[in-house]
Design a protein around this ligand. Structure first.
Ligand SMILES: [Mg+2]
Length: 166
Protein backbone atom coordinates (compact mmCIF):
# COMPACT_ATOMS: atom_id res chain seq x y z
CA UNK A 1 0.00 0.00 0.00
CA UNK A 2 1.25 3.47 -0.85
CA UNK A 3 1.84 5.92 1.99
CA UNK A 4 -0.73 8.65 2.66
CA UNK A 5 0.25 12.15 3.82
CA UNK A 6 -1.67 14.74 5.79
CA UNK A 7 -0.70 18.34 6.30
CA UNK A 8 -1.06 19.62 9.88
CA UNK A 9 -1.84 23.35 10.16
CA UNK A 10 -5.24 24.42 8.80
CA UNK A 11 -5.80 20.82 7.68
CA UNK A 12 -5.90 18.78 10.92
CA UNK A 13 -5.68 21.64 13.43
CA UNK A 14 -6.17 25.34 13.86
CA UNK A 15 -3.61 27.05 16.03
CA UNK A 16 -3.08 30.60 17.16
CA UNK A 17 -0.62 32.22 19.54
CA UNK A 18 -2.43 30.82 22.56
CA UNK A 19 -3.87 27.43 21.77
CA UNK A 20 -4.22 24.51 19.39
CA UNK A 21 -7.64 23.27 18.32
CA UNK A 22 -8.18 19.94 16.59
CA UNK A 23 -10.38 20.06 13.52
CA UNK A 24 -13.65 18.19 14.06
CA UNK A 25 -13.26 14.61 12.90
CA UNK A 26 -9.44 14.72 12.79
CA UNK A 27 -8.92 11.56 14.87
CA UNK A 28 -11.56 9.65 12.92
CA UNK A 29 -10.07 10.87 9.63
CA UNK A 30 -6.62 9.51 10.57
CA UNK A 31 -8.13 6.25 11.77
CA UNK A 32 -9.96 5.74 8.47
CA UNK A 33 -6.91 6.65 6.38
CA UNK A 34 -4.76 4.16 8.27
CA UNK A 35 -6.96 1.44 6.81
CA UNK A 36 -5.60 2.32 3.36
CA UNK A 37 -1.88 2.77 3.99
CA UNK A 38 0.74 4.11 6.37
CA UNK A 39 -0.20 7.66 7.34
CA UNK A 40 2.40 10.41 7.79
CA UNK A 41 2.20 14.05 8.79
CA UNK A 42 3.90 16.17 6.14
CA UNK A 43 4.22 19.67 7.50
CA UNK A 44 6.15 22.80 6.59
CA UNK A 45 6.13 23.58 10.31
CA UNK A 46 9.09 22.70 12.51
CA UNK A 47 9.19 19.43 14.42
CA UNK A 48 8.66 21.04 17.87
CA UNK A 49 5.40 22.57 16.60
CA UNK A 50 4.22 19.22 15.23
CA UNK A 51 5.05 17.52 18.53
CA UNK A 52 3.13 20.21 20.42
CA UNK A 53 0.09 19.59 18.24
CA UNK A 54 0.01 15.78 18.34
CA UNK A 55 -1.73 15.44 21.74
CA UNK A 56 -4.60 17.55 20.38
CA UNK A 57 -5.28 14.91 17.76
CA UNK A 58 -6.25 12.57 20.58
CA UNK A 59 -6.33 8.95 19.54
CA UNK A 60 -5.71 10.09 15.97
CA UNK A 61 -1.98 10.30 16.66
CA UNK A 62 -1.94 6.56 17.35
CA UNK A 63 -2.67 5.97 13.65
CA UNK A 64 0.39 7.90 12.47
CA UNK A 65 3.38 5.99 11.14
CA UNK A 66 5.67 9.01 11.20
CA UNK A 67 6.25 12.74 10.87
CA UNK A 68 8.00 14.72 8.17
CA UNK A 69 8.54 18.36 9.09
CA UNK A 70 10.33 21.39 7.70
CA UNK A 71 13.68 19.99 8.82
CA UNK A 72 13.13 16.99 6.52
CA UNK A 73 11.86 19.17 3.63
CA UNK A 74 14.88 21.49 3.76
CA UNK A 75 16.85 19.88 0.88
CA UNK A 76 13.92 20.42 -1.49
CA UNK A 77 13.22 23.90 -0.09
CA UNK A 78 16.85 24.85 -0.79
CA UNK A 79 16.77 23.52 -4.35
CA UNK A 80 13.48 25.25 -5.15
CA UNK A 81 14.80 28.50 -3.66
CA UNK A 82 17.85 28.38 -5.90
CA UNK A 83 15.58 27.79 -8.93
CA UNK A 84 13.26 30.68 -8.18
CA UNK A 85 16.27 32.94 -7.65
CA UNK A 86 16.99 32.52 -11.36
CA UNK A 87 15.09 34.17 -14.22
CA UNK A 88 14.48 31.03 -16.25
CA UNK A 89 11.48 30.69 -18.58
CA UNK A 90 8.52 28.89 -16.99
CA UNK A 91 8.99 25.73 -19.05
CA UNK A 92 12.60 25.39 -17.88
CA UNK A 93 11.55 25.96 -14.26
CA UNK A 94 8.99 23.20 -14.58
CA UNK A 95 11.54 20.81 -16.08
CA UNK A 96 14.16 21.58 -13.43
CA UNK A 97 11.61 21.22 -10.66
CA UNK A 98 10.69 17.80 -12.02
CA UNK A 99 14.37 16.81 -12.01
CA UNK A 100 14.72 17.33 -8.25
CA UNK A 101 15.11 14.03 -6.42
CA UNK A 102 12.00 13.27 -4.31
CA UNK A 103 12.62 12.85 -0.57
CA UNK A 104 9.75 10.53 0.31
CA UNK A 105 7.77 7.77 -1.47
CA UNK A 106 4.93 9.03 -3.65
CA UNK A 107 1.42 9.01 -2.19
CA UNK A 108 -1.81 10.96 -1.86
CA UNK A 109 -1.58 14.11 0.26
CA UNK A 110 -4.33 16.08 2.00
CA UNK A 111 -3.47 19.76 2.33
CA UNK A 112 -5.31 23.08 2.67
CA UNK A 113 -3.02 24.76 0.13
CA UNK A 114 -4.02 25.04 -3.51
CA UNK A 115 -2.37 23.24 -6.42
CA UNK A 116 0.10 25.72 -7.92
CA UNK A 117 0.88 27.48 -4.61
CA UNK A 118 4.42 27.61 -3.21
CA UNK A 119 3.64 25.02 -0.51
CA UNK A 120 2.20 22.80 -3.25
CA UNK A 121 5.44 22.95 -5.24
CA UNK A 122 7.49 22.25 -2.12
CA UNK A 123 5.53 19.20 -0.98
CA UNK A 124 4.69 17.76 -4.40
CA UNK A 125 8.37 17.99 -5.34
CA UNK A 126 9.37 16.28 -2.10
CA UNK A 127 6.93 13.46 -2.94
CA UNK A 128 7.57 13.42 -6.69
CA UNK A 129 3.83 13.71 -7.39
CA UNK A 130 1.53 15.84 -9.52
CA UNK A 131 -1.77 17.51 -8.76
CA UNK A 132 -3.66 14.25 -9.35
CA UNK A 133 -2.52 12.98 -5.93
CA UNK A 134 -3.19 16.29 -4.15
CA UNK A 135 -6.49 16.49 -2.27
CA UNK A 136 -7.12 20.09 -1.30
CA UNK A 137 -9.05 20.47 1.95
CA UNK A 138 -10.66 23.85 2.71
CA UNK A 139 -8.49 25.59 5.31
CA UNK A 140 -9.55 25.34 8.95
CA UNK A 141 -8.63 28.85 10.02
CA UNK A 142 -10.96 29.37 12.98
CA UNK A 143 -12.69 27.10 15.42
CA UNK A 144 -15.86 25.75 13.85
CA UNK A 145 -17.48 22.79 15.55
CA UNK A 146 -19.67 22.18 12.49
CA UNK A 147 -16.76 21.79 10.11
CA UNK A 148 -17.05 18.52 8.20
CA UNK A 149 -14.33 19.07 5.60
CA UNK A 150 -12.28 16.05 6.69
CA UNK A 151 -15.25 13.75 6.23
CA UNK A 152 -15.75 15.22 2.75
CA UNK A 153 -12.04 14.86 1.99
CA UNK A 154 -12.08 11.22 3.01
CA UNK A 155 -15.06 10.58 0.73
CA UNK A 156 -13.20 12.25 -2.12
CA UNK A 157 -10.15 10.06 -1.43
CA UNK A 158 -12.31 6.95 -1.33
CA UNK A 159 -14.11 7.75 -4.58
CA UNK A 160 -10.90 8.62 -6.38
CA UNK A 161 -8.53 5.96 -5.10
CA UNK A 162 -10.46 3.14 -3.42
CA UNK A 163 -13.88 2.56 -4.91
CA UNK A 164 -17.14 4.17 -5.84
CA UNK A 165 -19.27 3.20 -2.81
CA UNK A 166 -18.06 5.74 -0.22
MG1 LIG B 1 -1.56 23.81 6.03
Amino acid sequence: MAPIYADLDATLIHSDDYAIYPRPGAAEFLRRLAGHGDVYILSHATLPHVHRALPYLGRGSEYLSGIFSREDLQPVIDQLDSLTATTLPKADLKRLRASIQPLFPAGVIFDDQLVGSDPYFMKSTALGIGGDLWIQVPAYTRVNLNDNALEQAYKKFYRRFVGVNA
